[in-house]
Design a protein around this ligand. Sequence first.
Ligand code: URA
Length: 231
Amino acid sequence: MRLDKFLSKCGFGSRSDTKKIIKTGKVTVNGRVINKTGYIVDELEDVIKYKNDLLNYRKYVYLMLNKPKGVVSATQDNLHKTIIDLLEDYKEYDLHPVGRLDLDTEGLVILTNDGKLTHRVISPKNHISKIYKVKLDKVFNKRKISVFEEGITLNDGYKCLPSEIEIIDEKTVLITIFEGKFHQVKRMFQSIGNKVLYLKRISINGVQLDDKLKLSEYRELTKDELDLLNK
Ligand code: URA
């Protein structure tokens, strides 16, 4: 990896920031001052220091983001802002979202560059739980809870896995699902003749959206949260 990229990944700012830092002559690799910004380091083996402080390379980053409406949960999009555009830092980490939310859905998105974790969390066979807060157009018919528990059949004939409903008020429920088909929650309510007006993901496999995060804000996952995701 280039030295300027390495420093960026260690939190020293953008590539142009780290180029400047390298040129000050305060960065050493294996005891030698290096002022060539494109100098190639072995990030796992070399002893890299800034002003004598040892720099530790972090390969993987894990963030939680509170996605607002109107932002696409993808890395690139021609029309809309993406969740990557919301990040002010971590640009060097090539992060991607762990699963998608619709353009008009808010809430918890995990971002990482750990492809193995992404694969585990989104793999349909792992039945990872996701909890959504749903606001509906019409009063939720309580008698339909058992239909959700048994596995609701969508209008195209697909039978969903059993899901769980918790009623918050007449038109607001929490739903826990264990799969992630396209527009799944909206289609589940559509199949009982109700319409989702507002959707927010609040949890993935026990990792709760931090209620201190305002829309568009993000933070790193704690060790406990990462352990939950890896369960
Ligand atoms: N189900 C939906 O319908 N939309 C989402 O964004 C997530 C789950």
